[in-house]
Write a protein that binds this ligand. Sequence first.
Ligand SMILES: Cc1ncc(COP(=O)(O)O)c(C=O)c1O
Length: 387
Amino acid sequence: MTSPFELSQKSRSLKPSATVAVTSRALELKRQGVDVISMSVGEPDFDTPPHIKQAAIEAIESGETKYTAVNGIPELREAISAKFSRENGLDYAPDAVTVTSGGKQAIFNAFFALLNPGDEVLIPAPYWVSYPEMVGLTGAVPVEVPTTPQSGFMLDVELLASKITPRTRMIVLNSPGNPTGAVFTPDILRGVAELAQQHGLMIVTDEIYEHLVYDAEQVSIGQFAPEHTLTINGASKAYAMTGWRIGYAGGPRHVIAAMNALQSQSTSNASSISQYAALAALVQHEETHRFIDMARSAYRQRRDVIVRGLNDLGLPTPTPHGAFYVMANTDRIHENELEAARIILDEAKVAVVPGTDFSAPHQVRLSYATSLENIQEVLRRLGQLLA
Ligand SMILES: Cc1ncc(COP(=O)(O)O)c(C=O)c1O
C-alpha cells in the first residue's frame, strides 16, 4: 500500500545505517540454516544474576506493578546516590538522580534538556552511533574529534580544545568506549574538565561500561568538574540486564529536573519491576560484584585471545583496556571496511560491524561478549579466509 503522507523532517534526517545491509544479510544466512557466528552483538552473553531476577519476581508477586514516580522509586534513587558516592566519588543527592528506560533514554533526555538548534557538540570518534544521531535530532551539530588506532584511540585534549568555537556547548565522553574499548586516563579527564570549566561547557559522560576495565584505571570525570558534568550509567552492561531497560543519570538538579519533565511527557517511569531488580543489584552490591568480577575475568581472557589472534592474522588490532569490543584493521581483506565486512560474512560466515557508521574507516568492530570456543572458531575461519 502506498500512502501520500510524507515523513517528518526529523525522522527523515536520521542517517540510514550502513550496517543494516550486513546485519540483514547475516539474518538471512541464519534463516537459511547457515552456521553464522555473530561477533556483532553489544550485550553480555551472561544471564542476569539470580538475586536480581528473584527481586523482580518478588516485585511482581507483591504487586509492585503500577506506575511509579516518573524519576524512579525513592529507594532506587537513594541506592544510585549511594553507588555514585561509593564507587565513583560523586556526590549526587537522590533528587539529583533520575531513573530512565535504559542509558539510551538518559542520553536522549539529557541532549533534549540541554541543546538548542545550532549548538555544537564535541564527540570523540570513533563513537557510539547514537550520539551524533540524537544530537542531530535536537537541531544541534555533532563535531567529531578524531582519535587513532595508533594511540589506542586516546583523546588528544589539545585537538579537542582546537575544535571549541563560540557555539560549542557540550562534550560527550564515553570511557570505556564503544566501539574502541579505550579508557581515558585521569590526566586526559582532568584536561577535559578544565576546558569545560574555562569555556562554560557541559560534559555528558556515558560510563555504562565502567566495570568492564582490564588493565587501566577508570575514573569518573564528574569528580573534577561536578557543576559541569552529567553522569550517565545503567544496569545493562555491568549486571547483564540489557532487556530490563534501566538506566540512570546524576547531575546538576536543574538539568535532572528538565530531564524528568521531558520524561513525564513521553514515556513516564521506567518499568516498576525492572526498578526493583536494579535496586537489588545495587543494594546487594557485594553479591553483584562477585558476578561482575567473574564476567570481567572472562572478558579479559577473551580479549587477550582475540587481540593476539587478529594481530597474528595480519589484521592490526590495538589492545583495548575496557568494554567488550575490539577494532580490527581489515585492509588485508578489502580497503573498504563495508566490503571487508561483507566478505567476512559471506566467506567466513562471521558477522562483524563495519566501522563506517562509527567514523572508523578501514576497521570493523568485533564484540567478544561470546564464548572462547566461538572466538577460537572465528579466528580459525578468518585464518582460512586469509589463506
Ligand atoms: C556506549 C553506549 N551507551 C549507551 C548504551 C545504551 O545502553 P542501554 O540503553 O541498554 O542502557 C549502549 C548500548 O549499546 C552503549 O554501547
